[in-house]
Design a protein. Structure first.
Length: 144
């Protein structure tokens, strides 16, 4: 029996406003309770690599050795704690006669990041875009 003959049927509706309110409350709750954990540093051991040695001619290299005590060797010339100006001058002198030299950085495992970055910045300032790092093959390195 249909007692509502003259009345049209009401279509069911989904009201989205309460659902949006609930989702916003959940979002605010998650934002407030989430703990952002920032790493203060990475614990890594360098250098070890499986990559093969470069076959490029060594007369186009500018070899820079970075020691753990802060001493640098640019080619065969030692530099004790060089300044940026000294690095620029020594890299330019080492590249004399080379059009596009490769800067080969051999950094000691215990060398600081700042020492390596100083060499990278000096090479970039001189326009040397070909920079590579030297590592020992895994077969030659004893496991830690």
């Amino acid at each position: 029996m249909n007692f509502r003959r003259g009345q049209p049927r009401e279509e069911p509706e989904i009201n989205l406003i309460p659902m949006i309110d609930v989702l916003l409350v959940i979002l605010i709750f998650l934002m407030v309770t989430t703990r952002f954990n920032l790493e203060r540093g990475l614990h890594i051991t360098l250098p070890r690599s499986q990559a093969g040695a470069s076959q490029e001619a060594s007369n186009r290299w500018i070899e820079v050795q970075v020691q753990s005590n802060g001493r640098l060797w640019i080619g065969s010339r030692p530099q004790d704690h060089p300044t940026r100006a000294t690095l620029l001058q020594e890299l330019q002198t080492a590249a004399t006669g080379q059009k596009d030299p490769v800067v080969l950085i051999r950094a000691d495992q215990q060398a600081t990041h700042g020492q390596v970055m100083a060499v990278l910045e000096a090479a970039q300032a001189l326009g040397y875009r070909r920079i590579t790092f030297s590592t020992q093959p895994l077969a030659d390195v004893p496991a830690p």
